[in-house]
Design a protein around this ligand. Structure first.
Ligand SMILES: Cc1cc2nc3c(=O)[nH]c(=O)nc-3n(C[C@H](O)[C@H](O)[C@H](O)COP(=O)(O)OP(=O)(O)OC[C@H]3O[C@@H](n4cnc5c(N)ncnc54)[C@H](O)[C@@H]3O)c2cc1C
Length: 374
């Protein structure tokens, strides 16, 4: 096939929540932007996500990741409102609050450990005992002995947010192309970059942003490329329209459930390193269903609606990779968001857009730099 060359200012590779959020934050620039997707947008991780937005519940201590998550959580209401205005689609952002519960003395003491560093966060958290839990949340089992309540944490319907972003982008001069898989990135003299597709098309762009989720290392990219590992997550939903508990509930270490606005409850999730396999196994779902017996047995009686699995883009240290390639400053990484890519989408979109527009120094993203691996 004859190869052709096209000029773009910014090429974004991968239309999951991260690629779409970056395009969204660039939508009003005068740049020529191309967003490429090889199959179903968000098909590997975004569409599989439970949509929990829980910074404190997800981190083991203060630090740059927690700060980034908190900043992103703060951005969420205006982010979903703007997307809804442009697309007409609601992402069902629910300011539900999150409960992290314990059902044994060992889990109680782990919760106490968390409480030690989190109680001073000034975010209205509370540590609850069994009696208070039974009074406020009668749907929970009497086996629940203590809980931390995170009142400001929330959840969103991730696949609809992604659909809204793509629909909303249609009103702006951002070009979206599906069915296009990028195989290789190569530099040109002068700093521009070439993305070569599976169809052997050569797409020339001033800057390229790589947002392929767990598939970063499947591309042929020159120089030091940070490691991203697919972490499979199996997950399911049950239908229970009269469920009165509206909180997201975590029952560490094995599971969580999220009551959605549409009368379903999403229950998840495993974490396995099995390459790029996306399958659901009885053993996998038992991992988070069995402990539910001591948390909310009623959910185990509800009709099963659907099961699915996805691939979290995981890095060895659990932090995302944000910022330029060590040798090619016009090649930008925005991946490795692991368990929190939905939560981190607004802040990632904003910061990477600012970086691309020259309004943010890469040094401000230093904790997330790919250089930490080399
Ligand atoms: C079971 C499960 C539950 C989760 N729950 C939550 C949660 O509650 N809260 C939360 O914040 N996060 C959650 N996550 C994590 C979150 O889903 C991810 O961190 C996030 O979706 C990553 O988004 P992404 O855009 O980087 O990747 P993806 O959604 O995987 O998107 C990447 C896109 O790039 C495309 N692509 C890949 N390679 C190429 C190529 N070479 N050329 C062109 N296109 C390409 C893919 O087809 C895909 O559409 C969960 C994940 C799983 C699996």
């Amino acid at each position: 096939m004859e190869s052709k060359s096209t000029d773009w200012d910014i090429l974004i590779v991968g239309a999951g929540i991260i690629g779409c959020s970056i395009a969204w934050h660039l939508r009003s620039s005068s740049l020529k932007i191309l967003l490429l997707e090889r199959s179903e947008p968000g098909g590997l991780a975004t569409n599989a996500a439970a949509g929990i937005l829980g910074p404190l519940n997800e981190t083991s201590g203060p630090g740059p990741l927690l700060e980034l998550m908190q900043e992103s959580l703060t951005m969420y209401p205006s982010f979903v409102r703007d997307v809804q205005e442009a697309s007409g689609l609601s992402a069902d952002l629910v300011p539900s609050g999150i409960l992290s519960v314990a059902t044994s003395p060992d889990e109680d003491s782990k919760l106490q450990e968390k409480w030690k560093w989190q109680s001073s966060s000034g975010r209205g958290l509370s540590l609850m005992g069994a009696e208070e839990i039974r009074k406020l949340y009668p749907d929970l089992s009497v086996d629940v002995t203590s809980a931390i309540h995170y009142p400001h944490e929330s959840h969103v319907f991730a696949p609809r947010l992604l659909k809204g972003l793509l629909g909303g982008l249609g009103h702006f001069p951002v070009t979206f192309r599906g069915g296009t898989s990028v195989r290789r990135i190569s530099p040109e003299p002068g700093g521009a970059l070439i993305a070569e597709t599976a169809g052997r098309e050569r797409i020339r762009s001033r800057k390229i942003v790589l947002t392929p989720g767990a598939y970063l290392n499947e591309m042929d990219i020159p120089g030091p490329v940070p490691p991203v590992i697919p972490a499979n997550g199996q997950i399911l939903s049950v239908r229970i329209p009269d469920f009165s508990l509206r909180k997201v509930v975590f029952y560490p270490p094995k599971g969580y459930f999220v009551p959605k606005l549409d009368g379903t409850v999403v229950i998840g999730a495993t974490e396995e390193t099995v390459g790029f396999q996306t399958r659901v196994t009885p053993k996998g779902i038992m991992e988070f269903l069995s402990p539910l017996e001591k948390v909310c047995p009623r959910l185990l009686e509800a009709p099963l609606q659907s099961t699915w699995s996805g691939l979290r883009p995981k890095t060895p240290d659990g932090l995302p990779i944000l910022g330029p390639h060590a040798e090619l400053p016009n090649l930008i990484f925005a991946t490795g968001h692991y368990r929190n890519g939905i939560l981190l989408a607004p802040v990632t979109g904003k910061k990477i857009a600012e970086l691309l527009l020259g309004n943010l120094s890469p040094s401000l993203l230093q904790p997330f730099s790919s250089a930490r691996f080399f």
